[in-house]
Design a protein around this ligand. Structure first.
Ligand SMILES: [Zn+2]
Length: 864
């Protein structure tokens, strides 16, 4: 069922929003030379981390020119020719713009030419361009190669027009060890065996696509596969991991036909590989290369011995996300990086839609409310930005891969789908995909199609929510049998000072009655009801806004809280906490609702209660009133945990397993002695007999023991890391060392991260985990070890690593440290994450100083 909207058409002319920066502000390549096909030959030298390349590019020259400029970085050109040119060009590189310019003595004639370049390049040890991941295997140390190009690192692999709108076809040939498996977007067309144990592998020609989607991989791989709807669907992994790959293959086989139906277009390539690489990146888990999706192992492989229900759900969702991109992103691509939200917001929404279709028992839409909440927190603070933000260059493009792009994007798309209705929305998406297949788009291309299929135009709402930053606040004030709804802006600092107008689609339910309409700053609405019952604004919680009930309405909500639908319980809990943190309403309202939690509530609601209490406890760290808060938290959570206990019952719902994770994590944080003692006992039994702990409990026990570790336990965990039988387990144990509560031991973890004991890509994760408790220490460490750390971070994303270490801090002194680091190491144009982190620190410091005392008084007044 779909609420009909009233008064929508009238709003179309009201919103005169600022236009995007003119494309002239972008730094892009000249468009008078058009690449149409790349013929690439690569010979990697994995042992010495270099490669040789040869490329022949079919170009069309639109008008005579004496210069051709394309992208290249960290490549050395050894020979360059152009068909039809009498002499070799002069070559100049611009390191800052990441371009190479070929200057010809006489102008190149208009028309088709072939540009050939011989070149050499570097294999990196971070995920940019062609990169290596090393791991321990039965026969000793092994090295696998992969590529990672989004957003702008194809230029580290081949000279090319490395912009999403410059689509072309690609053929790739690789000369590789004959025993290794080589992979690309397309299947292998032909393999020639050469002398010396090498082979030349020719891949079939790709469809027309953007350069950032090209892929090459090489290693001692195995593949399992299944034909699905005429598509060869495979999972590729390092030798020996076949038992861990089945789950992802099943997921992909489910999801492919679902998407073919949803998008109304067959998957266009003959094969689809999901490829697992060992290790991790600080910035991404998976990448949607067309036909050759790359995942770090923990996002794709399920090890029956150690993986949890939460891991299974996570893998399923990530598989669904990347597969959605095969259409939304790969087949139809944003014209420029300011449209990246269209890729990511859509895939983040689609991952939940597809997962909910096949696994309704996971209730992922309720989880999606948590993601929306994360976006609304960031969107209400200094440093937020509109979903669609002008992007000038590559560095700014990196900053766009953030919570606003993914999660606000997801939430806004969900709101639009609910507003126009599922069928009309899908019809619009199908028309959009059909109209723009193999092409590039801007957001308005999608809105135009939806306007045709929806009962009322969506463009005004879509523009208001994508071109303006911030979170609307809907105030509900009791007015007899009705209530008045007004629109304001929810903000926690000066970021919200500017009055902003949104046409907000609002649905209100009271008992059997329902009201839907548009509420905006200049058009308040009265929602009238004849029915009695609990008032719920944003019923179903699909709207992107917060609701502030007046005191009498909130009292009604509180009294009837246990009877509300789970989504509404969740949304109200989240709003209540946020409004309390920001001073719109007492923060104790949150604890009053949390107190209403009953064991029979939907698991995701109870999980949220547990996580929020754990989060508040973090803000109490070091305050004298923390023990009283912890005691209150335990009083709320212990009865919930008592009901589900340590041991899973046969046939237990999967969400209950996830709830157990959250309750144990929260009770551990609240220093619950019984939980900590029990975890320690189970851990010692596990060390003697690893099979004594079921996979679903294993991680919980390890986390609790690590959090409360003393020095001997820290050494014991490190010993387990050293001897761990798989890359996944090694990674797990080393990162656990970052979660210790003891400052001394956290220091010891940092010292360990500066040695080469832990895998290279895991070391920055250890530092990041330390930062969650000891941001100051982690930043000091990162500043003094920056040269060593940055080697394993992708160059384009380095500017966000240290701001991310800071943004859990509530200590204003951290801001000075962050600024000092930024001044030395972060380019001025890439400091958006610094501003965001400062906004977060200031906000948390304010909560500690101004809101927690109110909570203390409320807790003290409660009956014991
Ligand atoms: Zn994505």
């Amino acid at each position: 069922m779909t609420p009909r909207l009233s008064g929508l058409a009238a709003l179309i002319f009201v919103f005169a929003l600022p236009a995007l920066a003119a494309p002239a502000d972008r730094i892009v390549l000249p468009t008078d030379v058009i690449p149409t096909h790349y013929d690439i030959a690569i010979t990697p030298h994995a042992a010495v981390l270099t490669f040789d390349g040869h490329i022949a590019i079919d170009i069309a020259v639109a008008k005579p020119t004496s210069q051709i400029t394309l992208n290249a970085v960290d490549l050395v050109f050894t020979h360059v020719t152009l068909s039809g040119a009498s002499a070799a060009p002069r070559i100049t590189f611009d390191a800052e713009q990441q371009t190479a310019t070929l200057s010809f003595a006489s102008p190149v004639a208009a028309g088709p030419h072939i540009l050939t370049i011989d070149f050499t390049g570097k294999i990196n040890q971070h995920a940019a361009g062609l990169f290596a991941l090393d791991y321990d295997a039965a026969g000793g140390r092994r090295r696998a190669l992969f590529t990672q190009f989004e957003n702008s690192d194809a230029r580290r692999f081949i000279p090319c027009w490395d912009e999403p709108a410059r689509k072309a076809t690609f053929t790739l040939t690789a000369t590789v060890p004959a025993n290794d498996v080589a992979l690309s977007n397309m299947p292998i067309a032909k393999t020639e065996l050469l002398a010396g144990g090498t082979a030349r592998v020719h891949f079939a020609q790709s469809p027309k696509m953007s350069s950032y989607l090209l892929f090459f991989g090489l290693g001692d791989f195995q593949r399992i596969s299944r034909m699905v709807d005429g598509v060869d669907v495979g999972v590729v992994f390092k030798r020996g991991d076949a038992d861990k790959a089945q789950f992802a293959l099943d997921a992909a086989a489910h999801i492919l036909p679902y998407y073919e139906d949803y998008f109304g277009v067959k998957y266009p390539l003959p094969k689809l590989d999901l490829i697992a690489g060992p290790g991790q990146s600080q910035f991404f888990g998976a990448m949607e290369n067309w036909g050759a999706i790359f995942y770090f192992e923990r996002d794709l492989l399920i090890d029956p011995k150690i993986s949890t229900q939460s891991d299974r759900r996570g893998v399923y969702i990530t598989v669904a996300h990347e597969m959605a991109h095969q259409w939304f992103g790969d087949l139809v691509t944003m014209e420029w990086w300011d449209g990246i939200w269209l890729n990511e917001g859509f895939a983040s929404w689609m991952e939940l839609k597809a997962t909910d279709h096949f696994h309704p028992e996971w209730k992922v839409w309720l989880e999606g409310l948590g993601a929306k909440e994360g976006a609304m927190q960031v969107d209400a603070r200094a440093g937020t930005h509109p979903i669609i933000t002008p992007i000038r260059d590559v560095l700014q493009a990196n900053e766009a891969f953030d919570t606003i792009t993914y999660e606000k994007g997801q939430a806004v798309i969900r709101m639009l789908e609910t507003t126009v209705g599922e069928d009309a929305f899908r019809a619009g998406v199908r028309a959009y995909i059909k109209a723009h297949a193999y092409g590039n788009t801007v957001s308005d291309d999608l809105w135009r199609e939806l306007d045709k299929t929806a009962a009322s135009p969506v463009t005004p709402i879509a523009h208001a929510f994508t071109l303006q930053a911030g979170v609307p606040l809907i105030r509900a004030v009791s007015k007899g049998a009705a209530f008045q709804l007004t629109q304001d802006r929810f903000a926690v600092d000066s970021s919200g000072a500017a009055p902003t107008v949104w046409p907000v689609p609002v649905t209100v339910v009271r008992g059997e009655g329902k009201w839907s309409g548009i509420v905006s700053r200049d058009k308040p609405a009265d929602a009238g009801f004849t029915s009695a019952g609990v008032p719920v604004v944003n019923a179903g919680q699909t709207g992107y806004f917060r609701t502030l009930y007046d005191a009498s309405l909130f009292a009604e909500v509180e009294t009837a809280f246990a009877k509300l639908a789970p989504a509404d319980q969740l949304g109200i809990l989240n709003d209540t906490r946020a409004l309390g943190y920001s001073g719109y309403a007492p923060l104790s309202n949150f604890l009053a609702l949390a107190r209403e939690a009953r064991p029979d509530f939907a698991s995701p609601v109870l999980s949220t209660v547990a996580r929020r209490i754990e989060g508040m406890n973090n803000l109490y760290d070091g305050l004298p009133s923390q023990p009283a808060f912890q005691a209150y938290g335990r009083r709320v959570l212990e009865p919930l945990f008592a009901k589900i206990g340590w041991t899973a019952k046969a046939g237990e719902a999967q969400n209950l397993t996830l709830l157990r994770d959250d309750l144990l994590s929260a009770l551990s944080a609240l220093d619950d002695k019984a939980v900590i003692d029990e975890a320690r006992t189970r851990f010692q039994a596990y060390v003697r007999t690893p099979s004594s702990l079921p996979a679903d409990l294993r991680r919980n026990v390890l986390q609790i023991v690590a959090e409360h570790a003393d020095a001997p336990t820290w050494e014991q965990l490190r010993g387990l890391a050293k001897t761990a039988p798989s890359a996944l387990e090694k990674e797990e144990f080393y990162t656990l060392l970052g979660t210790v509560k003891s400052r001394d031991l956290a220091n010891r973890t940092l010292a360990l991260a500066s040695t080469d004991e832990a895998p290279l890509t895991v070391r920055p994760a250890m530092v990041r985990l330390v930062s969650r408790r000891f941001a100051d220490m982690a930043i000091d460490y990162a500043a003094s070890h920056w040269d060593a750390i940055k080697v394993s971070l992708e160059p384009d994303s380095r500017s966000e690593y240290v701001p991310n270490l800071a943004d859990n801090s509530y200590d204003l002194a951290t801001i000075a440290k962050l600024r000092a680091f930024a001044a030395a190491h972060i380019p001025p144009s890439a400091q958006g994450d610094v501003v965001k982190a400062e906004g977060a620190i200031t906000f948390y410091a304010k909560i500690r100083a101004e809101r927690l005392p109110e909570l203390d008084r409320w807790i003290a007044a409660q009956p014991k």
